[in-house]
Design a protein around this ligand. Structure first.
Ligand SMILES: Cc1ncc(COP(=O)(O)O)c(C=O)c1O
Length: 470
């Protein structure tokens, strides 16, 4: 459907005559504390992004040239074997894996006496593993998850006896004798809305000390990895996707408090290669390894991806200086993008071209969810816009963004709408973007460490150009 292989057309499109955009954006500067100007970084470290306006970092950010070169060199200069034996190549794999675990914990300021990390396929796999272990441990448990979250968090409800979505702690009712997990996202993948981490965790544990907490940090970590130094008040489990942070490797992680994990993970029923120290065949006897992460990891580790991750952490730091730099740069860029999009209005009626779906624009992550409007202020579907701009090399995301709760809240959709639209042929991100006059999804742009101001300007120009037809 999307002609991504089509030849890109040039970006500079004159603003349509009917558009009103008197905001003097040319003179705005985005402050950046990187060791080198961001434009230079983009050109030198990301030559593969040339001719692209890439605004889908919440989906996946882009790897640097240095990362590809350094990890290739590591793999070519060293022999890595399966770490389940004692040979030189095997020991080398084991050593690099342990070093990478230390680097990951250090990156999040996580004390290794308190926390550990298991490598997973992705964030979904990390979240699912917590749910499955919980099921094996307690069988009967209640699950609470915040509304504006990814379907990967919602899915755990299928393992629970009862599940309840919540907006914020005011509607979280924890009066149950049963065990429970409370899961929430640090940053909505839909609209960048951020949720308290330590504050919520403290309050939840105060209300019900026996419950466990799970933070989905897949989106938040992309540009603002959470700080785990105040470990007392941090959630028990945290899921991340490393490809969202560095572009590659394509793996995720489950970072867990050892104290909490000790009570849950060893109850997992399934075991596989690398998980157990002893197994008997005629009785259900097994002994898990002491290292809790091995219970999650099962089987041969993605050793080449782990080598890449080690390099990714080192190189990201050398390109950008720190995540603090990245976080403050993308915050400014996001605020600029919000101002720029809000400045687009129809000359004839003064109606806005763009409606942004977020409750707290001054304080949100680098993700903007929006819908386009015609000059009569009526909603326009997302599909044609995404399709038309993708032909010119502009990447945005459209549809439901795997976030049903956010879409329900911001587009005023309910369960009846979802089922009716599905029966009418609508699928998440599909071409049926308006059903019975109601939008089924929205557009999303998201920024990464190397995003540029001129990409925001191109987006604005493309919107104005597209709306000439409306
Ligand atoms: C907030 C959030 N949670 C979970 C996921 C799922 O991550 P993965 O696809 O790496 O499993 C995503 C992916 O976009 C996300 O943004």
């Amino acid at each position: 459907m999307l002609a991504s292989s089509a030849t890109p057309i040039p970006f500079t499109i004159p603003a349509a005559a009917h558009a009103h955009d008197d905001y003097d954006y040319h003179n705005e500067t985005i402050h950046c504390n990187y060791p080198h100007p961001v434009e230079q970084i983009r050109k030198e470290s990301y030559p593969h992004m040339a001719d692209n306006v890439y605004l889908d970092h919440a989906g996946m950010t882009i790897y640097s040239k240095e990362l590809v070169l350094a990890s290739s060199e590591m793999l070519l200069k060293n022999l890595f074997g399966n770490s389940h034996s004692h040979s030189g190549p095997s020991t080398r794999s084991e050593n690099v894996t342990q070093k990478t675990r230390d680097q990951v914990l250090q990156m999040f300021n996580a004390d290794p006496k308190v926390f550990d990390v298991a490598f997973t396929l992705n964030a979904t796999h990390a979240i699912k593993t917590v749910g499955l272990c919980f099921k094996d441990c307690f069988d009967d448990f209640d699950y609470f998850y915040n509304l504006n979250c990814h379907t990967s968090v919602v899915g755990v409800r299928e393992l629970a006896s009862k599940s309840t979505p919540f907006n914020d702690l005011d509607d979280l009712n924890l009066n149950s004798d049963k065990q429970c997990i409370i899961a929430w996202t640090g940053q909505s993948n839909l609209n960048g809305e951020r949720y308290p981490i330590n504050e919520w965790n403290k309050e939840i544990k105060h209300r019900d000390p026996k419950c466990y907490t799970l933070l989905d940090a897949a989106s938040l970590s992309t540009t603002s990895p959470p700080d785990l130094s105040d470990h007392e008040s941090f959630p028990d489990f945290m899921a991340v996707s490393f490809y969202k942070m560095f572009g590659m490797p394509d793996i995720g992680g489950l970072i867990f408090k050892k104290d909490a994990a000790k009570k849950i993970l060893p109850h997992k029923k399934y075991f596989g290669g690398g998980t157990v120290d002893a197994v008997a065949l005629d009785i259900p006897y097994k002994e898990f390894k002491d290292e809790l992460y091995s219970i999650v990891e099962e089987g041969t580790l993605p050793i080449h991806s782990i080598v890449q991750l080690s390099e990714a952490i080192r190189i990201h730091n050398s390109i950008y200086g720190s995540y603090k730099n990245i976080s403050s740069y993308v915050k400014e860029l996001t605020q600029y993008a919000i101002r720029r999009l809000q400045s687009l209005t129809y000359k004839s009626t003064g109606a806005p071209m763009v409606v942004i779906h977020s409750p707290n624009l001054p304080n949100q992550g680098p993700i903007i969810a929006f819908s386009l409007r015609n000059s009569k202020n009526e909603a326009i579907g997302y599909f044609d816009f995404e399709e038309s701009v993708s032909l010119g090399g502009l990447s945005v995301r459209s549809g439901g963004m795997c976030n049903v709760g956010g879409i329900q809240k911001w587009l005023g959709r309910d369960t009846k709408d979802i089922i009716r639209d599905y029966n009418a042929g609508h699928t998440c991100g599909g071409a049926m973007d308006i059903v019975d006059g109601k939008p089924t999804g929205m557009l999303r742009v998201s920024f990464g460490a190397m995003s540029l101001k001129e990409e925001v300007d191109t987006l604005a120009d493309r919107i104005v150009d597209f709306l000439k037809n409306y």
